[in-house]
Design a protein around this ligand. Structure first.
Ligand code: MOS
Length: 709
């Protein structure tokens, strides 16, 4: 094979062909090391101590007895910890969440707040001492429960304006032949990646090195530089393999605590979050209380659309779960009002979580559309076809591609939608009631400036360096294929090195923008390198390196409404005597740009849809009003869909290359969960005749349906 792929033979076609992960063998054999298992000489272990009250002040940390325990090296807390600078705006344009600026004051804003770090020679000794550490508090009354009637709610801009409004809502609703007015709730949901957050910090030759599990090494490096007032060149963050990240793997308390301890002790210190600690320190998806009002003509054409989404945030940090945003892309109406509001409570700070806004927002909006279809007596797909906008309903911009109806058409054909009897509650199979449902999906398709370096090595291979993160998406493999095509070589001649802040600025693995943003930078560098290499000329021993920076190219992008789209289909069986809901099959058809690697792309879509099952039927973190903490903050108490819950899921796509992207990519990481829970809830209605507007659709809710509000 190698003779077929010498440097100047034109070989293309890697992009679009299924490739197993380039690091797959290392991962399954255990050769791939994760942040918490890389050995260091003289390594000490830190264990975080978290508050046991939900609000108050720390009166004292009784560290003296603990300092005498076996192996204990130090105890850091608000009276002795180094000072941090939190008065800055980070790379993502946001201020730091004070939760990660550990041990700076005596206030406790929520249960599970970090109050101390015990450092010892072994992890076991650190844990033993941390559990023995007595902390006294002056406790204050707390409020942790979100409800639609929560006082003190206010509108909050997040990554989008809080409010968008056009037209006269009241008169448009008054003029409508059919009105849907419904309230929906979604619960607090947690990321729960397989690999908990873990970091090791050490100083070596005047440089701080952090070995970490994150979604952006440059991002975490930048935060540490600012928090500790360091020279940017003196900080290096590495994160080679990441066992899952869905928005929570940025800078968190454990990295900061590890850097503090490594600085104080001048030896390497590792801090790992336990699964339980992640429930208060990793961020989570806020619960939501949403109201949707739709007004339509008898033929289903929308006149009025209102979507209000209330979420919570902590008392120390403003984060909004913008559930009302998805309506601004999906459907137009003369009167179109959307608003995202928050209320501040004595809870941990929520954060980004896979499809922030779209995931809970699409549950409400796409359920309401199904209710409207029922009221109008129109097929739910036909209803969406009648409301397909020409331009962005709020932006007024043309779409860079909107193949939503193509997804519905092909999905309906494969799913067998045409034979569907629209009447609810009429299909039985033994004890089971059967139903099918559908919903639309969308997610923004963006690109952000990144830099990359591509080197032609003297041996005829190539090395790509970019501070990308592969959080399980297959990004490393996708970048290998993209580089190979642009270099006109075979993927096995390209080595992609990622997860190192020394490789220069690059987009984080987030917003479904990672692979597109990095792919753009890799393409630019590879193209220039190919042009620069003289056919037949020898490459010097140090190789030839070309660097790219896509800041200008991305800044020059035409103004368009850019989104991925999709159509979700689900079939469910409901046992009305036990309340059990089983998803029998799912199909997702997506229009999500050019698909780089069908193998890992399918994985992303199916993963998102599996989250949708989990969201519809299982996931729910329940906060105890009295203590302010969660019931069962672990994977026994917090149920996520596992193998037995997940049926055959089929995911596929229609041709939808982005016209402005050099590879045609749009981004696929998040659109898979959008609409998935609504498709399942709509199928449960079709099976039973009962609307479930509160997630998850637990057996007790199915049993009491029609009786509870
Ligand atoms: Mo994602 S919520 O952009 O990691």
């Amino acid at each position: 094979m190698t003779t077929a792929t010498t440097r100047n033979q034109r070989v293309r076609g890697a992009v679009g062909t299924a490739h197993t992960r380039v690091e797959g063998r290392d991962k399954v054999t255990g050769a791939a090391r994760y942040a918490g298992e890389i050995p260091f000489a003289e390594l000490a272990h830190g264990w975080l101590v978290l508050s046991t009250v939900a609000r108050g002040r720390i009166r004292s940390v009784e560290d003296a007895p603990v300092l005498g325990m076996p192996g204990v090296v130090t105890v850091l807390h608000h009276r002795n910890a180094p000072r941090l600078d939190t008065d800055y705006v980070g790379l993502l344009g946001t201020r730091p969440d004070p939760t990660c600026a550990v041990f700076q004051h005596d206030r406790v804003p929520h249960l599970g707040w970090p109050v101390a770090l015990v450092v010892a020679e072994t992890s076991e000794q650190a844990r033993e001492a941390a559990e023995a550490l007595v902390v006294h508090y002056d406790q204050e009354p707390h409020d942790v429960v979100l409800s639609a009637a929560s006082p003190g709610a206010y509108t909050l801009d997040g990554h989008m304006p809080a409010v968008a409004a056009k037209g006269d809502l009241q008169s448009a609703l008054g003029d409508s032949a059919v009105v849907v007015d419904a309230e929906y709730t979604t619960p607090e949901e947690h990321h729960s990646p397989m690999e908990p957050h873990a970091a090791t910090a050490r100083w070596e030759d005047g440089r701080l090195e952090l070995v970490d599990s994150n979604q952006g090494s440059g991002w975490v490096s930048d935060e540490l530089v600012k928090l500790f007032s360091l020279d940017p060149a003196s900080v290096r963050v590495r994160s080679e393999h990441v066992g899952g990240g869905f928005g929570s793997k940025g800078v968190r308390a454990h990295q900061v605590a590890a850097v503090m301890a490594a600085t104080v002790l001048q030896r390497p210190v590792r801090v790992v979050l336990t699964r339980r600690q992640m429930f208060s320190l990793a961020g989570y998806r806020s619960p939501t209380a949403q109201r949707v009002r739709l007004g339509a003509d008898a033929d289903g054409r929308l006149r009025a659309l209102e979507h209000d989404c209330l979420s919570l945030t902590s008392t120390v940090y403003e984060f909004v779960e913008p559930g009302a945003g998805v309506a601004r892309t999906m459907y137009d109406a003369d009167a179109h009002h959307t608003a995202n509001r928050v209320v501040r409570l004595d809870v941990p700070s929520p954060t980004w979580m896979r499809a922030p806004g779209e995931a809970p927002g699409s549950f409400a909006l796409e359920s309401a559309l199904d209710e409207l279809a029922e009221k109008c007596g129109i097929d739910p797909i036909e209803l969406r076809a009648r409301n397909e906008p020409e331009r962005g309903p709020i932006s007024g911009l043309p779409y860079s591609g909107r193949s939503l109806l193509a997804c519905f058409q092909e999905g309906a054909r494969r799913f067998g939608w045409a034979d569907r009897d629209p009447r609810p509650g009429v299909r039985r199979e033994g004890a089971w009631l059967l139903g099918t449902g559908t919903a639309a999906a969308s997610f923004p398709a963006g690109a952000a400036p990144s830099t990359a370096a591509v080197t032609a090595e003297a041996d005829g291979t190539y090395t790509v360096r970019i501070a990308a993160a592969d959080i399980g998406t297959g990004a490393r493999t996708a970048l290998t294929l993209i580089a190979a095509d642009e270099l006109e070589t075979a993927p096995d001649r390209v080595r992609v090195r990622i997860g190192d802040s020394d490789f220069g600025p690059a987009m984080i693995a987030g917003g479904s923008m990672g692979t597109r943003s990095w792919g753009w930078a890799v393409t630019a560098a590879a193209r220039e390198l190919r042009e620069r290499l003289t056919p037949g000329a020898a490459v010097p021993p140090e190789g030839v390196t070309v660097r790219s920076d896509t800041t200008e190219a991305i800044g020059a992008l035409a103004q368009r409404e850019r989104h991925s789209f999709g159509a979700q289909f689900a079939e469910v069986a409901v046992d009305p005597t036990t309340g059990e809901v089983r998803v029998r099959r799912m199909l997702g058809m997506f229009a999500a740009g050019r698909i780089v690697n069908p193998l890992t792309a399918r994985n992303q879509f199916v993963g998102g849809m599996t989250w949708g099952i989990s969201m519809a039927l299982h996931e729910e973190a329940v906060r105890d009003r009295a203590s302010g903490g969660l019931y069962g903050a672990d994977l026994a108490g917090y149920h996520v869909a596992t193998h037995a819950d997940v049926p055959l899921i089929e995911a596929d796509w229609v041709d939808d290359p982005d016209p402005d992207d050099p590879v045609g990519i749009k981004g696929i990481g998040e659109v898979g969960i959008v609409g998935a829970a609504a498709a399942i809830a709509n199928a449960v209605w079709h099976a039973t005749g009962v609307r479930h507007r509160n997630l998850p659709i637990r057996p007790d809710r199915v049993l009491t349906a029609g009786r509870d509000a």
